[in-house]
Design a protein around this ligand. Structure first.
Ligand code: 6TC
Length: 250
């Protein structure tokens, strides 16, 4: 991979034995990036896909094991319908161009959220990518699609309630691991690091249960300008922190 001098410098400072296992990212700011340049929002989304590709490459190269990506969903449907149409075509375009590289890198694509709520053609492209990559044992890339964390917790509560009422499990046997297991993230370990670009300092209904002890890293940079350097800076900053897991030994 071609790296700039700055990227090589950052890479050298990173302790390869303490790379975060699971990194979560809220890919925010495509629209604002475009407006700032007097471009249509669609140009921002295109540029955003480039940042996404770069991020997957550097995460894979660093040895991150899980990458969870979120573009919040409820807002999407309020956008002009031309933009929504374009957004729903992008995944097919992205996956058809990228699937070979993803497979070559042994990357496993997964989704979390209600993919049933996506248009048919989009859902099919996503499902196909999931099936094509399901045996891959390298980096796991979770795409949060039509996802909301409160909805995810509610869904888990309902699933557990069902099992209690049909006698499969006892109320006293429900513990924190039970709840984790019934979230979309299943038995994946919680994120170690959350990256949020674009200057917003909030969680926006993303992985509320899973991020109890996650380290947060923010940047003013809009997502389309986010690159390998930012990712490496976030990991370096993460490695300087002293994690205490709320005082629990872990
Ligand atoms: C980075 C790049 C951030 C559109 C682009 C935001 C459906 C997304 C299936 C992926 C096309 C990511 C994101 C809203 C890879 C991506 C968008 C949406 C953006 C969606 C996907 C692509 C996107 C959006 C939701 C397996 C490829 C622009 C649709 C889902 C998010 C994966 N902004 N951006 N509504 N989606 O509409 O929750 O499948 S391609």
């Amino acid at each position: 991979m071609n790296l700039t001098t700055r990227e090589k410098e950052l890479l050298q400072k990173i302790d390869s034995k303490r790379v975060p296992y699971h990194v979560a990212i809220i890919m925010d700011g495509n629209g604002r990036w475009a407006r700032k340049r007097g471009l249509p929002r669609i140009a921002g989304h295109r540029a955003g896909v480039n940042s996404l590709k770069e991020t997957i490459r550097i995460a894979d190269q660093l040895g991150v094991k899980i990458l969870t990506l979120y573009t919040f969903s409820t807002e999407n449907w309020k956008r002009p319908s031309r933009e929504v149409k374009f957004l729903m075509k992008l995944p097919e375009e992205y996956l058809s161009k990228e699937i070979d590289e993803l497979c070559e890198k042994n990357i496993c694509i997964k989704s979390m959220g209600e993919i049933a709520g996506l248009p048919d053609h989009t859902r099919k492209a996503v499902e196909e990518a999931i099936i094509k990559t399901e045996e891959n044992t390298g980096l796991i890339v979770n795409f949060a699609l039509n996802y909301g964390s409160r909805g995810e917790i509610l869904r888990a509560v309902k699933k557990i309630s069902r099992l209690v009422s049909d006698g499969s499990i006892k109320e006293d046997d429900i513990n924190e691991d039970t709840i984790s297991a019934f979230l979309y993230s299943g038995r994946q370990p919680d994120p170690d690091l959350l990256i949020r670009p674009s200057g917003e300092l909030r969680l926006s209904n993303f992985l509320l249960w899973q991020m109890a002890y996650t380290e947060f890293w923010f940047t003013e940079t809009y997502w389309p300008d986010f690159n390998k350097e930012h990712f490496l800076e976030a990991v370096l900053d993460y490695q300087k922190r002293n994690r205490r897991y709320g005082g629990l030994t872990k």
